[in-house]
Design a protein around this ligand. Sequence first.
Ligand code: FES
Ligand SMILES: [Fe+2]
Length: 428
Amino acid sequence: MLSKRDNELLTRVGPGTPMGQLMRRYWHPIAGSAELETSPFRTKEVRLMGEDLVLYRDRSGRLGLIDRWCSHRRVNLAYGVVEEDGLRCQYHGWKFDQAGTCIEQPFEETVHPDGRFKEKCGVAGYQVQELAGLIFAYMGPQPVPLLPRWEPLAWDNVVRDIAVTELPCNWLQCQENSVDPTHSEWLHGYFGSYVRTLPGRGTEPAPNQLPRIGRRHQKIGFDVFDYGIIKRRVQEGGTEEDEDWAHGHPILFPHILLVGDQFQATMQFRVPIDDTHTLHVSQYIFRPAPGTEAPAQTSVPVRWVTLFDESGSWVVDYTFNQDYMAWSQQGPIAERHREKLGEGDKGIILYRRLLRQQLDAVLAGRDPMNTFRDPEKNRMIALPLEKVKRGISGRPQAYVPGESGYSVDAPQIEATYATWDKVGSGTP
Ligand code: FES
Ligand SMILES: [Fe+2]
């Protein structure tokens, strides 16, 4: 449990808040590059940590992320005209560059050719960079840290897929889920199996049959490592020799869950839109079998994950949708001052402590965890990915230490890609 005050401290991310200062020290994915290609106005409305912004790519290919409201009469610049060197307001033609500097004021300049009015009319502008088909933004102080090239984001010869959704809750309850292993046997096991027996799901429950519980956790453990927290577990039938305990799963500070292995990984970013909304960005990365080429991708597809069915109820038929429902059903900001934490929550307690430590570091003027400034180290940040080879088919694969150990062949990968459209209809 946290005090009401500490809950406020850890969840509020608006400008000037302590947690807002910490979260502004990180790069956040705000869009897929493909979204700008298909957007009707070549812009995207973005809200990040309580600030309304507009993202655009100018005609020379540069990205801009600036205040969404024109400094003249406060019109929405998402309907502005994308030009060679900036975004021109659709209302009276003022133009802003990537830094938010006002570079043209047509009527003002006609009347006062030597006037300096536009120097006072700039808007906020933030750094943006692209990596792995995602556009990342940085809203913090100078000097700007490097955009982390986490291993799966830096892999080449891969196929990528992005799934995005917007959740009506604070980002912290999404991320706390990553250090909460025991929910899997209940939310995804028991509840997930219960859902399949509900009316209209096509599965008739046997009389008096209770839903199936997932493999129960026998033991959980957590350690802080260089980039976040390693989560370990022993489930029913398992031992401490198993990779799930011996190797564990990394969670990257402050808001990334990484699941996967050396050839198939998922990164989930929990981006604070504001105090009560989260942009959930998942990237799926598939590597081909050794010696084979991944199918060429001209751009990384982005799909929007539906949260509600036609009746307005939460979709709960898929694992990730079950998570989205549960996090959101904790309320816009979970009432942590009323919770009762037990043994199953020690990962959450550790993670909150880590957040406080990193917050203290920033308030003391130091770089927090996962600030990268050495380009050499940032070429590819190696991660302790699981060594168990599960394969794209979900079947366990043999792992050969010291070798790539792949045993999934190209046709299998193709077959997996062929199912994506179907899977994309609701599965994040
Ligand atoms: S409102 Fe943007 S130029 Fe007038
Ligand atoms: Fe989950």
